[in-house]
Design a protein around this ligand. Structure first.
Ligand code: PLP
Length: 457
């Protein structure tokens, strides 16, 4: 970094005085300055003091898939903005049409894209479609939406009603009705003592459907790999059975790809690792790697058709808008982001480096007794930390935070899963950009190794 930011104290004070940071207890800033990030290149970011950090969490929340400092994306956005920056989504724009086409080429079976700005918003669109389909085609029944314990779908009221992390809901209710939880599928924290755990966990969804009444259930919304709820990969046999259950009861399958989408797991979308055929896919973070705000709801022609059966009925179409959805910086950035992933072979790199990361994490598990479980897919991995391997008692949150802090002090940013009342705040998250190379991976793993040693001695 050059010396331009050496005198940044006025900005630091402006931040302290006026910015309300996300998911952040501001009392912390009574004792230290806020961290202000001023530059990024590749996998490195610099703060206001000139300190550099190797970012092993892609912008904190699994977002900057193609890394920082991509001038070609900035240029694509600039070129688009000087042509036309905005028009409401009832009309089309060139990047919105082109990106919808490119995106649906990657999602066989899905052919329609509804644009929005955030993951929460894209999920809300799907929920609203399910509700409208229930009204239009099922006499008001099939209005319930199932979600899974430990999954997260966003922060707006509908998305939060579908939140399997109860601590996020605490103090924000009441929520909209009709969102029903199904059990999680984390085999490490077994709920059933059976051989074929995946099928049993999926059968638990069927139990909920039967309890609620199949004719009242419209959709099932799941993350392909649960992110903030503990980096939970599905057990064998899970998805096949989930798909069967959805077909059996005519339930729309909504896969929330906000984290896994755009290459994070080594496939374009997480669900493609498991042979799933979804009715809705929502994606956001990696779609433009944070270079512009964009999210997408991708769906089938079958769902789309249900909204144009009655052209004379003024209530029959999807009466929804997102002022900034799809216009125009977002899809321009997303097109270039997708080109980079393709031309630089980043899916292949994700698969290759994902193996290196997994092997490294298993080595750490052999060495450190506090590592209870290692999970992940591609460049999306988690280490579940325990106080005792036999009882699986979660490691105290303060200690988990200390490990994150020790890595930070060494200039490596890692993450941890969401706060929780019932014990899943104990998973460290590693999700480097899809461009990560061997030397960066070695540094991440060595730093984590040292932090695990230091925190427990
Ligand atoms: N879905 C998942 C799986 C997420 O992890 C998140 C955010 O972390 C969201 C949805 C919400 O996305 P946004 O914060 O863009 O609204």
């Amino acid at each position: 970094m050059d010396g331009r930011y050496n005198d940044i104290s006025a900005t630091v004070e402006a931040d302290r005085a006026h910015v309300w940071h996300h998911l952040f207890q501001h009392a912390v800033l009574d004792k230290r300055d806020p961290r202000i990030l001023v530059e990024g290149k590749g996998m490195t970011v610099w703060d206001q003091t000139g300190r550099d950090y190797l970012d092993a969490v892609s912008g904190g929340v699994w977002t900057v898939n193609v890394g920082y400092g991509r001038e070609s994306i900035a240029n694509a956005v600039r070129d688009q903005l000087v042509k036309i920056n905005y028009f409401a989504g009832s009309a089309g724009t060139i990047p919105a049409a082109q990106f919808a086409q490119r995106l649906t080429e990657k999602t066989p079976g899905l052919s329609r894209v509804f644009y929005a700005n955030s993951g929460s918003e894209a999920n809300e669109k799907a929920f609203k479609m399910v509700r409208q389909i229930a009204h239009k085609h099922h006499g008001g029944r099939k209005w319930k939406i199932l979600y899974r314990e430990r999954d997260y779908h966003g922060t707006s009221m509908g998305a939060l009603a579908a939140c399997g992390q109860e601590q996020r809901q605490e103090q924000y209710g009441p929520f909209p009705a009709g969102f029903i939880a199904v059990p999680h599928c984390l085999e490490y924290r077994k709920q059933w003592d059976v051989e074929n755990y995946g099928e049993r966990a999926a059968d638990a969804i069927e139990d909920v459907i039967l309890r609620e009444g199949p004719d009242t259930v419209g959709a099932l919304c799941l993350e392909p790999v649960t992110a903030g709820g503990g980096v939970i990969t599905p057990p064998a046999g899970y998805w096949e059975r989930v798909q069967e259950i959805c077909r059996k009861y005519d339930i729309l399958l909504h896969i929330d790809e906000v984290v896994c989408g755009m290459g994070r797991t080594g496939a374009w979308f997480g669900y493609q690792n498991y042979g799933i055929k979804p009715d809705f896919v929502t994606c956001a973070k990696g779609v433009a790697s944070g270079y512009a705000a964009i999210s997408c709801l991708i769906t089938t022609e079958g769902v789309f058709d249900r909204f144009r059966t009655d052209p004379d009925d003024p209530m029959s179409y999807f009466r929804d808008i997102s002022t900034f959805g799809g216009c125009t910086a977002g899809p321009a950035a997303a097109l270039e982001n997708m080109r980079i992933i393709e031309d630089e072979g980043l899916l292949e790199n994700t698969r290759k480096m994902g193996v290196v990361l997994m092997e490294g994490l298993h080595d750490l598990m052999e060495k450190h007794a506090i590592v209870g479980d290692v999970r992940g897919k591609g460049l999306f991995c988690g280490l579940e930390l325990v106080a005792d391997r036999a009882t699986k008692e979660p490691l105290a949150e303060a200690l988990v935070e200390r490990i994150v802090g020790l890595c930070d002090a060494e200039g490596v940013l890692i993450g941890k899963t969401s706060r929780s009342f019932y014990g899943f705040n104990n998973t460290l998250c590693l999700s480097p950009a899809l461009i990560v190379g061997p030397s960066e991976m070695t540094r991440i793993l060595d730093t984590l190794d040292a932090a695990l040693t230091k925190a427990t001695h």
